[in-house]
Design a protein around this ligand. Structure first.
Ligand code: HEC
Length: 132
């Protein structure tokens, strides 16, 4: 029984009419498949830094990462502990002024900006910070 099956298989694989192209196509398809996997991995955004709109960063983080770089570091005026109006802060961040850069929603989302503006208004002055 088993012997008959094996013989039939041998006859098929040794047939002279068997086209040779599938043997060459298989590795090509594998390369294309691997390239697609590579591209998918490459375009996946890194998990550590999601776009601002996806996961709003806490206001402390936005301030530390973006604003504190200048404010409180002698590049810009101290803005904490002054009760600055959130609307004025938001306008300043979106429009900029002289040395104050404007930030786009792709850099600081509307939600993050609203939160950081409220946080700055409510925050106490940090004695370690100094204005320009
Ligand atoms: C590259 C440095 C820099 C960064 C980063 C920066 N600022 Fe400024 N900012 C300045 C400077 C310089 C001024 C003063 C502009 C002027 O009056 O000529 C200023 C002014 C301001 C003012 C007005 C202060 C006042 O006394 O009226 C606010 C509010 C402000 N910035 C908020 C922010 C916030 C919020 C962020 C973070 C999202 C930020 N800034 C990031 C440099 C910076």
């Amino acid at each position: 029984m088993g012997g008959r099956k094996r013989r039939r298989g041998e006859k098929m694989s040794s047939s002279p009419h068997r086209p040779s192209w599938p043997r060459r196509l298989v590795p090509a398809a594998m390369i294309v498949g691997l390239a697609a996997v590579g591209a998918a991995v490459a375009t996946t955004p890194p998990a550590i830094e999601p776009p601002p709109s996806a996961t709003p960063r806490p206001p402390e983080t936005v301030y530390k990462q973006t604003c504190g770089y200048c404010h409180g570091a002698n590049v810009g005026p101290v803005i904490r502990g002054r009760g600055l109006e959130p609307d004025a802060i938001k306008y300043m961040v979106r429009h900029g002024l002289n040395g104050m850069p404007a930030f786009r929603p792709t850099e600081i989302s509307d939600a993050e900006l609203a939160a950081v503006a409220e946080w700055i208004k409510a925050s106490k002055a940090d004695p370690k910070e100094h204005g320009r």
